[in-house]
Each structure stands twice: as structure tokens, then as C-alpha cells.
Design a protein around this ligand. Structure first.
Ligand code: CA
Length: 227
């Protein structure tokens, strides 16, 4: 029997919340809707969802704060909804642990595809968890515990940053195009999302040091670790 998959939709605009919930229910998800920051955090605590669709602008406290609080308790894939294609919202959202984002207005078909992609990734992460430890110079990636150390110091990565790093580490010194990273790590192949890749690379460099990942301009990224 297929296990039930739960989505928490956090959106104060009722018509959007209802449309998103209806589409996801039609896709077979069990959907709960919360209309403000505090009730979103309470709902996630009460019945842990498998994915969260989270609007940034909310009453109470905003979606970024919701993201921060929920991720601090238990990592869960988060698709963020923003009103404008605002670089600041996007960067802050990804920094506090959102995995993907969509700019309003969006199509329900696209939204459903992104939610499915997030779930597939989370599931793949579970299946590939084994005792394998990847080592490159002073970088150590423990896949079963999803922990990363550099020079013996633990770096706290978001789930997406971790998956991206593992993917780069699986092909060391190989230049991986941004479009391919987007398809392989995020599970979708829309080239307009390559900025999402750039933002997560920025996060990895901030947490692990700027010498780890080489940019090949106009192409993509490669993991470079001195032996
Ligand atoms: Ca809103």
C-alpha cells in the first residue's frame, strides 16, 4: 500500500490556498491549509508534512520565519511562493532552508510538478542513505548521517545544499552544467531556474570555503579538492 503523503499549504489568500489545495488533493495528497505564520508552525508540529508549500507574505510572522522555525525542528522540503521575482526574498528564502521557489502567478500544473519533484528527491535521499563516507582532502561527507565536515569542523547545510554537494562530489573535478544540476538535484529541467543553482552554490561556498567549488563561466560548476 502506498503511504499517505501530506502537504501543508501556507497561504493567507483564500482563493489561492483553495486552488492549490484542490489541485494537490486531485494529485492524491492529503492537504492541510494554514493561513498565517503561527498556525503553520503549529500545524507542522502537530502533523509533520512531507512537503510544505509556503507563501512569503503572511500575517503573524512571514514565510521566512516559518521556514526558519520549522527547519530548526525537523528538515522538510519547502517550496516557497513569492509575489515578485525579488532577488532578496529568493536569497533569504534559500538561505533559511527553502528548497525551491515559484513566482506568482504560477500554473497549478507547474506547482504540482515541483511538489512531486521535491518528494522524489526526498525519497531518493532516504534510499541512498548508507554508511558511505566520501572524503576529498579535508572535506568529509557522511551520507548516512547527512553531515559534512571541513577540516574537522561541521558545516550545517540545508537539505538541498547537502544533495547538491553530494552530487558534485560524485563527479569530482568534472564540470557539471547548471542545467544538469537543476535536472539531477532538483528534478526539473526548466533553464529559468539556474539562478536557484547559483544561490545554493553561494551558500555552500559561504559554509565550506570559497576554494571548494570552481565556477566555469557560462557552463557550470566543479568540485575541486586538493589532495
Ligand atoms: Ca500572502
Amino acid at each position: 500500500m502506498e503511504t499517505e503523503r501530506r502537504v501543508l499549504v501556507v497561504e493567507d489568500e483564500r482563493t489561492i490556498a483553495e486552488a492549490v489545495a484542490a489541485r494537490l488533493r486531485a494529485e492524491g495528497f492529503v492537504v492541510e491549509v494554514a493561513g498565517d505564520g503561527p498556525s503553520a508552525v503549529a500545524a507542522a508540529r502537530r502533523t509533520p508534512p512531507d512537503v510544505i508549500v509556503l507563501d512569503v507574505m503572511l500575517p503573524g510572522f512571514d514565510g521566512l520565519e516559518v521556514c526558519r522555525r520549522i527547519q530548526a525542528e525537523r528538515p522538510v522540503p519547502i517550496l516557497m511562493l513569492t509575489a515578485r521575482d525579488d532577488e532578496t526574498d529568493l536569497l533569504v528564502g534559500l538561505a533559511v532552508g527553502a528548497d525551491d521557489y515559484m513566482v506568482k502567478p504560477f500554473s497549478m500544473r507547474e506547482l504540482a510538478a515541483r511538489v512531486h519533484a521535491l518528494l522524489r528527491r526526498a525519497q531518493k535521499g532516504q534510499e541512498t542513505r548508507d554508511d558511505k563516507i566520501l572524503r576529498f582532502g579535508d572535506l568529509e561527507i557522511n551520507q548516512s548521517e547527512r553531515r559534512v565536515l571541513r577540516g574537522g569542523v561541521e558545516a550545517h547545510l540545508t537539505p538541498t545544499e547537502f544533495d547538491l554537494l553530494v552530487h558534485l562530489a560524485a563527479h569530482p573535478r568534472t564540470v557539471l552544467p547548471r542545467e544538469r544540476l537543476l535536472a539531477d538535484v532538483w528534478g526539473w529541467a526548466d533553464a529559468s531556474g539556474t539562478r536557484t543553482v547559483d544561490s545554493h552554490i553561494k551558500g555552500l561556498r559561504r559554509k565550506l570555503g570559497s576554494d571548494l567549488i570552481r565556477t566555469v563561466h557560462g557552463v557550470g560548476y566543479a568540485l575541486e579538492v586538493r589532495k
